[in-house]
Design a protein around this ligand. Structure first.
Ligand code: CP
Length: 312
């Protein structure tokens, strides 16, 4: 766990990682997120918990879900939100991230949501932030994506209640996946005992807990939850990228394979999906898929995280 995450009073100060994160804090965030749930097609509830708060989104990598949901979450809580286009920020002129933080803090910003391709940058920002300023990790290299981990366990909890006795298979390019790491951290904190990591051996790092499977069919046997991942081509050298046809044959989720899991198994994917590669459209859009629900839950979880950080 990061030393910087909790204040001396035990309150969550920054959200940097879910590694060794207290179960009580996760449960509190999930319970709060349940209160922020909204119905698709209905008017969005508006809160004033973050009235007078300024939130700045700094995304140094592409994002559709995380960036938009953080922005919507902050607005629905009544905050003022600025999403900086990093391609046009002064970081392109050599300004460091810490100087960027100092500059934006000087405009009385209280909360920064940051996605960055380099490991350790979030910790560095948290170390330099003013005492009243909060840093939220929106995706750090292949290391950590804590709000994704939280929305994943919220989605599972809404269907399965108790996470301890579930068998969860995480499938695909685990080596390069911050989503897999944060899901592992969140599931471990919630007491899930049977976590299976499946993929080609070059995508299964030894330093992660969980039973490893190079045979996907075995990993899917009686699984309650199947979490599919895309191949993170942007994080690997071209010679590591597997042959797509062969990868799909061995590790793609299709209807035949889905029958190996429990009849009520959930199919998850953090997105973006590569349909026809790691998952068929039939399954992604089928009755067992909770992929769009994950996106919906992401807004509520990010509202809960920001409210918790701001002590509301
Ligand atoms: N799951 C996720 O982080 O998606 P984006 O890259 O679109 O934010």
């Amino acid at each position: 766990m990061s030393d910087n995450q909790f204040g001396t009073d035990g309150h969550l100060r920054h959200l940097l990682t879910l590694a060794e994160f207290p179960r009580k804090t996760i449960t509190g965030i999930l319970d709060r997120a349940e209160q922020f749930q909204f119905q698709l097609g209905q008017a969005n509830p508006q809160y004033d918990l973050l009235a007078g708060t300024t939130v700045i989104n700094l995304f140094f990598e592409p994002s559709t879900r995380t960036r938009t949901s953080f922005e919507l979450a902050a607005r629905r809580l009544g905050a003022q939100v600025v999403t900086l286009d990093m391609a046009f920020s002064s970081t392109t002129k050599g300004e460091s991230l810490v100087d960027t933080l100092y500059t934006l803090e000087s405009m009385n910003t209280q909360l920064f949501v940051v996605r960055h391709p380099a490991a350790g940058v979030l910790e560095e920002m948290a170390r330099h932030a003013l005492p009243h300023v909060h840093i939220v990790n929106a995706g750090e290299a292949h290391i950590s994506h804590p709000t994704q981990g939280l929305l994943d366990v919220l989605t599972i909890r809404r269907h399965k209640n108790n996470l301890e006795n579930l068998s969860v298979a995480i499938v695909g390019d685990i080596r390069h996946s911050r989503v897999a790491r944060s899901a592992l951290h969140a599931l471990t904190a919630m007491g899930t005992r049977d976590i299976r990591l499946a993929g080609p051996s070059e995508f299964l790092p030894n330093d992660l807990p969980g039973e490893k499977f190079t045979n996907l069919d075995k990993a899917l046997e009686d699984a309650d939850v199947i979490m599919m991942l895309r191949i993170q081509k942007e994080r690997m050298q071209t010679d590591l990228i597997p042959d797509q046809h062969e990868y799909t044959r061995r590790y793609g989720l299709n209807n035949t394979r889905l029958k190996l899991a429990k009849t009520d198994a959930l199919v998850m994917h953090p997105g973006p999906m590569n349909r026809g590669v790691e998952i068929t459209s039939e399954i992604a859009d089928g009755p067992r898929s909770v992929i769009r629900e994950q996106v919906t839950n992401g807004v509520a979880v990010r509202m809960a995280v920001m409210a918790e950080l701001m002590g509301k």
